[in-house]
Design a protein around this ligand. Sequence first.
Ligand code: PEP
Length: 254
Amino acid sequence: MRKKIIAGNWKMNKTLEEGMGLVSEVSNMLKDEYTGSAEVVIIPPFTHINSISKLIAENPRLKSGAQNCSNHKSGAYTGEVSADMLKSCGATYVIIGHSERRQYFNEHNDWLAKKVDAVLLAGLNPIYCCGETLEEREINTHFNVLHTQIREGLFHLSASDMKKVVIAYEPVWAIGTGKTASTEQAQEIHAFIRSLIAEKYDADIAQSITIQYGGSVKADNAAELFRSPDIDGALVGGAALQSRSFVDIVKAMA
Ligand code: PEP
């Protein structure tokens, strides 16, 4: 059975103190209220990962992750953070290719492919984001855009490395906008992504890969999204900044 993963991407929000408080609340609420199967990943700013990883160490359901990393292993790259550093702080996952990185920091697929390699080399799991803009959907190029993002960012990987990747489908028009893709739209794309993986690798690998949906996921739309056969969890932004809304999304996953 595929792993179900709900991840909360805090973006550039929360001081360390605020973040520690939020994680304590989430951890306690999950212990009291959730008996389902999902793994829950907290993805705070870099500066909080070490403390948060220690805080969640006694709750096996919870893991931590980072929002980005360098494509280099080490060296004279001022301001960068390597995958090895993230591992040493307790991270398990690293988001690669979030649309905000693609849009504001000009990160392209060839660059992202190198970051995916750096994450895997450190023994961590990439959460590789893909998704079309509104314009790309309106002119009906979204399947091509997604195919290119997946092929150029991931398809250089060996089959054994591909199995360690989590994919997050995040239509850009749904991120932080309050507009969610309909369940049918999301399911269609998730099944399409799985078919690309089956074509490139094989059906078993395609069936084993966790594909999350992201884009204005809230407690009131999560359950319906999660009922779709190819949606294996969510990458959550805004609703991950409060314990109640985040835990209610987790609880929507059986
Ligand atoms: C995100 O940042 O990945 C995201 C999906 O944000 P939001 O849930 O706020 O749309």
